[in-house]
Design a protein around this ligand. Structure first.
Ligand SMILES: Cc1ncc(COP(=O)(O)O)c(C=O)c1O
Length: 416
């Protein structure tokens, strides 16, 4: 199969993208803010997803499954790589990977040479934590509300190298950005060698003022690693504008790529000093590709990332962000202030987007999640830890207002 045939096969699923293009063409003149509440438009987008009829899925924070056109393209990529097999792996895999990386860098707002493809956020951020040349007594700062896998890796470094982990608590309803910056600043000491911060807290959906924290930390000589698992392709921003040193994200979350796709950004001048977890002497020490030599891996997934970018860019991050924030506000505004319903997500519009967390006084989170699923066919996830008690609620761009109406009625009924 020649290169053109291969590409044609791989893009066969792309015909499904045409419907999205037509829909967008018909709505091109509508301002983003108005489009956010246009149920007709978003019903068209929903038509691009195969949604389970068994329950209302409000747990898209784990995996934002692929829309049908991306899934079709993915299947074709699997077939194409399977057909070309070793020949593809030896002759074109690397060039394809570099092309995908270039597109991801353009979407993420950084130089391609500062980006590596990984399998997920865990791999990306753990590569950094494990790659630092820690000495006994070095300190790292992070939050109790950070994701567990990275906290585990920091704890392992404490056991292995004698580092000291300083954990802060992120205020759930901050009065200002300065308050959050102050919380992190108070944990820094002359021995701090890394500060980890989530761009969006996964259990509450709170968006943190990462740029301000980076500026504060850099003024004190401390590099910053940002957990962008939930912000890449959900919020409009450029990685470079965060001014962080390291950034990791999963593409199977808000980009709706197939499972097992992620990115690691390392600022150019930080690459050389990181030790790879899997060595690769064929790559220069200041080339970021030295950090993701994980052996033979599913090359078709890398190709499908490009299909996911195509679908995502047709809608555009700004439209997606506006719709997701609209959906979150649609339901949280209905229950905020209810005497027994507790929102664990800040009320300020800019401090949250798709994700919010809600609890009901006197009901354990696991029981609330169970009743929502068993009695109302609504799927959420219970969160009970790090000062947060409630269920995490994560709509996606295919979610309808009608589904959220069902959810709000269910919450009010349970609270009553
Ligand atoms: C904030 C945050 N960081 C990291 C991760 C880990 O993502 P993955 O399992 O894709 O590595 C998650 C997963 O939900 C997350 O919410």
């Amino acid at each position: 199969m020649n290169k053109r045939d291969f590409l044609r096969t791989a893009l066969a699923g792309a015909s499904g993208f045409a419907a999205t293009a037509d829909l967008l063409g018909a709505h091109a003149a509508i301002p983003t803010a108005d489009l956010a509440g246009d149920e007709g438009f978003w019903a068209g987008i929903r038509g691009q997803f195969r949604v389970s009829p068994d329950y209302v899925n409000l747990e898209n924070g784990f995996y934002c499954f692929q829309p049908e056109p991306v899934l079709a393209a993915y299947m074709e990529h699997v077939r194409a790589v399977n057909l070309e097999a070793s020949h593809y792996m030896r002759t074109r895999k690397e060039a394809d990977k570099v092309r995908v990386r270039t597109r991801l860098a353009a979407l993420g707002g950084c130089a391609p040479e500062e980006l590596a493809l990984t399998r997920n956020t865990t791999e990306s951020l753990d590569t950094v934590i494990n790659g630092i040349d820690w000495r006994a007594g070095d300190e790292a700062v992070m939050a109790n509300q950070d994701y567990g896998a990275m906290l585990d890796t920091f704890r392992m470094q404490a056991r292995r190298h004698g580092i000291v982990n300083r954990l802060v608590d992120i205020p759930m309803h901050p009065a200002s950005d300065e308050q959050i910056v102050g919380v992190y600043a108070a944990a820094l000491t002359p021995r701090t060698r890394l500060l980890m911060i989530p761009h969006m807290v996964n259990i509450t959906g709170q968006i943190l003022p990462v740029r301000a924290v980076c500026d504060m930390a850099h003024a004190r000589g401390v590099p910053v690693m940002v957990d962008g698992a939930h912000t890449f392709a959900q919020l409009e921003f450029r990685i470079e504008d965060l001014a962080c040193d390291y950034f990791g994200a999963s593409l199977h979350k808000w980009l709706s790529a197939p499972l097992g796709a992620g990115i690691l950004y390392v600022r150019r001048d930080r690459i050389a000093s990181l030790w790879p977890v899997f060595a690769d002497d064929s790559v220069p020490n200041d080339d970021i590709r030295k950090l993701n030599h994980t052996g033979t891996h599913p090359a078709h997934t890398d190709l499908a990332i490009e299909s996911a970018i195509e679908f995502h860019e047709r809608i555009g991050t700004a439209r997606k962000e506006a719709r997701l924030r609209y959906l979150q506000r649609y339901w949280t505004d209905e229950v905020r202030g209810h005497p027994r319903i507790v929102l664990n997500t800040p009320a300020a519009t800019r401090r949250a987007c798709a994700i919010a967390n809600v609890g009901i006084e006197g009901i354990a989170p696991s029981e609330l999640a169970r009743r929502l699923l068993d009695d109302h066919r609504i799927y959420t996830v219970a969160i009970d830890g790090a000062g947060v008690r409630g269920v995490r609620v994560t709509p996606q761009i295919y979610t309808t207002r009608a589904e959220l109406d069902v959810f709000v009625q269910a919450l009010k009924k349970i609270a009553a």
